[in-house]
Design a protein. Structure first.
Lengths: 361, 356
């Protein structure tokens, strides 16, 4: 008979091993799924994981794209991970991402067509503030009325989507756009265009910010007293209270950090790769970042790798659609499996399997 | 050493095969904003692409990519398609406009066709359908069939195409029934069955008994069926709701255009064009008239359809005033395409305001 026995401490070995195991399981089961769809499984897996990096025809283009796609994921996931460590579940990063983009773009467009180097930093600040303010709503409601931040932050995503729709169809609409929705294109505005810093690397300011955030989060969580308080709140809330950590403070801090980072990610995206505020600007980075945060074990450097891996499945998934005609939904299923298997194998971090043949259960 | 040569020659072989393949048959790419089974917009483009593929058989290679978000992702997908050797790429959603233009600038030898946009380039054509011609027919039917003198309209986004549809529907509903009123509900989505059903119910509660939709699902028809009210197929025939509540339908048919454009690539005669076709060219189809429509109404709309197809009748023919009462078109005057393309006002008689 097989029993699960709780480990006294989470296994360090399994903490590192489960993401790798989850990726391997996803490859196996995903390959099986592709075979059922009548596509060559090995080729599909190779197209997703190998071709974006090494295919002679595509790699030159898709390798830099990896950073473009991973940048916002990492930036948002870093913010989320801080809150998740404290047991504060901000599920609404997508909304904060959208609000950051809308606020930052609105501030920028208010100065159109000024050409000054000050404008872009101003927009970044506005974007961070926009995301921060949006995250303050669940923080305030939680500390004041004890509402559940999961529900409130998630519901606010839909509010943000409607604000985005009204911005792109109305108050931020390009006056020269013949009535079609969508703001001015930032790519045609030199002062604010968040272009590649070095040509053909995909490295724009958002990617730089993501790397800085990784290091800053590491310092915060490992070296700073607030990081200790955050971890303590997550792991032993009562002990945290006794040692004088204010739960409300931690809530405001965690939601504030994740909101501001998500907002910045939105701003870097709208001024760079996306180029404009449009109805469909929010393409799910805020939700995918939740997977990235967990896949990265809520560890800053883990998140960095997880973000790159997730970006790889996106770009490889697109290639697989293109080269092998795989349906788009199967790629989404493939990505979903990654989180599923991670959570499933996570059991081994906290439990160990005991074969209890002789004992009477 | 041996292994390396083997690998190298295998690679060379596959490359050569790929190159030969690409040279022999044109590679035609399609990018869709939704899944290809959304029952509406993307599905129609996909089905038209399949018809095109059927027409040419092995003379072309078809590559497709579905559920591509508009914006940065679209730009990457288009670049990858161009890199993979596509000769002609159809980008089938409005939001692909800037990505299409950007990628087209990087690949001058690849030809692009963007649906419903307005930016063209040397290697970028735009194409769209005059759906408002179909709206004239369904609008007239709605006006003729309403007993409460109130028709409902489910609108997606306040863009010119949708506003044209509302205006055209109302103008022709009024031709059939001078007392008719139109109530518009904006739901900010092209495809969301739950929202569409809610909107339909809200319109019914306001007293409408015929509801037109500018969204893609069949949810409104399902609600109308229960309520005993009438509606129309949108984008697809939605024949499963025949004979009632579906009275007729506006069908998107891109296949003739796709066949024509792919043929142009094969012939080497492709040029950048700006196409805006309607019932006449077959891009807008009108589904069979079903249900309890009186014979004289059927005769009127059949005639109207023929007149529009032949170019004898334009749905926006004066005298027409704008909503605020200011004059727009004089007696017998016909709207110009420029005004229609950027339409951002209601005609006189439509109540409510365009959300901004």
């Amino acid at each position: 008979m097989i029993r699960l026995e709780k480990r006294p401490n989470p296994s360090r070995l399994w903490t590192g091993l489960t993401p790798i195991l989850a990726v391997l399981l996803t490859m196996v089961v995903g390959g099986f799924m592709f075979a059922l769809l009548g596509k060559p499984p090995l080729e599909a897996i190779r197209t997703i994981f190998w071709d974006p990096l090494f295919h002679p025809q595509f790699a030159g283009y898709s390798r830099p794209q990896l950073l473009v796609k991973a940048g916002p994921l990492i930036l948002i996931a870093i913010g989320l991970s801080v809150g998740f460590r404290a047991g504060i579940w901000n599920i609404g990063a997508e909304g904060q991402y959208i609000m950051g983009a809308v606020c930052g773009a609105a501030v920028g467009l208010a100065f159109y067509p000024a050409e000054t180097v000050l404008l872009f930093p101003l927009m970044v600040i506005a974007g961070a503030l926009g995301g921060w303010a949006w995250a303050m709503i669940p923080a305030f409601l939680k500390t004041r009325f004890g509402t559940n931040e999961i529900l409130v932050s998630l519901m606010l995503v839909y509010v943000a989507e409607n604000i985005l729709a009204s911005a792109s169809a109305g108050w931020l609409r390009n006056p020269e756009g013949m009535g079609f929705p969508g703001s001015r294109n930032f790519k045609q505005w030199a002062s604010v265009y968040n272009d590649e810093l070095v040509i053909n690397t995909g490295m724009h300011w958002g990617v730089v910010a993501a790397f800085i955030a990784v290091i800053a989060a590491y310092v915060l969580m490992a070296r700073h007293i607030q990081g200790f308080n955050i971890r303590l709140t997550g792991e032993a809330p009562r002990a945290a209270k006794f040692s004088g950590v204010s739960p409300a403070r931690i809530i405001f801090l965690c939601l504030g950090i994740s909101g501001a980072l998500a907002g910045m990610a939105g701003l870097f995206e709208v001024t760079g790769p996306a180029g404009q505020i449009s109805i469909d600007f929010g393409s799910g980075y805020g939700f995918t970042a939740i997977i990235v945060a967990f896949l990265g074990r809520l560890n800053p450097f883990g998140i960095l790798l997880a973000g790159l891996l997730m970006a790889l499945t996106y770009i490889g998934g697109e290639l697989a659609q293109l080269m092998l005609g795989l349906p788009g939904a199967s790629i989404q299923l493939f990505q979903g499996m990654l989180l599923f298997f991670l959570l499933a194998t996570d059991v081994f971090t906290n439990y160990r399997i005991r074969l209890t043949g002789r004992e009477v259960a | 050493m041996k292994r390396r040569t083997l690998l190298a020659s295998a690679a060379a072989l596959s490359l050569a095969a790929g190159a030969a393949f690409a040279q022999d048959v044109p590679k035609i790419g399609f990018v869709y904003v939704g899944p290809v089974n959304d029952g509406g917009w993307s599905q129609h483009h996909h089905e038209s692409a399949m018809k095109m593929k059927e027409h040419f058989g092995d003379a072309i290679e078809l590559i497709e990519q579905e559920s591509v978000p508009e914006g940065a992702d679209a730009e990457r997908v288009l670049t990858q398609m161009a890199l993979s050797g596509a000769d002609l790429i159809f980008t089938t959603s409005f939001g692909y406009m800037d990505p299409t233009i950007n990628v087209a600038a990087k690949f001058p030898d690849v030809k692009f066709e963007h649906a419903t946009g307005y930016k063209t380039a040397e290697n970028v054509s735009v194409y769209s359908a005059r759906f408002y011609e179909g709206r004239a027919i369904t609008g007239y039917l709605a006006g003729a069939m309403t007993e409460t003198n109130k028709i409902g309209y489910i609108a997606s986004f306040p863009i010119p195409e949708v506003i044209r549809g509302i205006n055209s529907s109302y103008i022709h509903a009024k031709q059939a029934n001078p007392d008719v009123e139109i109530a518009v509900v904006w739901i900010s989505t092209w495809f969301d069955p739950a929202k569409e059903a809610d909107a339909t119910q809200a319109l019914l509660d306001q007293g409408a008994d015929v509801v037109l939709a500018h969204t893609d699902s069949t949810a409104p028809l399902a609600v109308l069926e229960k309520a005993g009210a009438y509606g129309f197929g949108q984008a697809a025939d939605m024949a499963e709701y025949k004979p009632e509540p579906r009275l007729s339908s506006i069908i998107d048919d891109w296949a003739p255009y796709y066949i024509e454009r792919v043929q142009a690539v094969i012939d080497g005669s492709w040029e950048s064009v700006n196409t805006w076709d309607g019932i006449g060219a077959g891009m807008v189809g009108i589904g069979e008239f079903t249900g309890p429509i009186p014979d004289d109404v059927v005769a009127t709309v059949t005639q109207m359809k023929e007149d529009i197809a032949a170019g004898d009748y334009h749905p926006f023919t004066g005298p027409l005033n704008k909503q605020d009462g200011s004059a727009w078109l004089a007696e017998g005057e016909v709207a110009d395409d420029g005004t229609l393309a950027g339409m951002d006002f209601y005609v006189e008689g439509v109540t409510g305001s365009i959300p901004n």
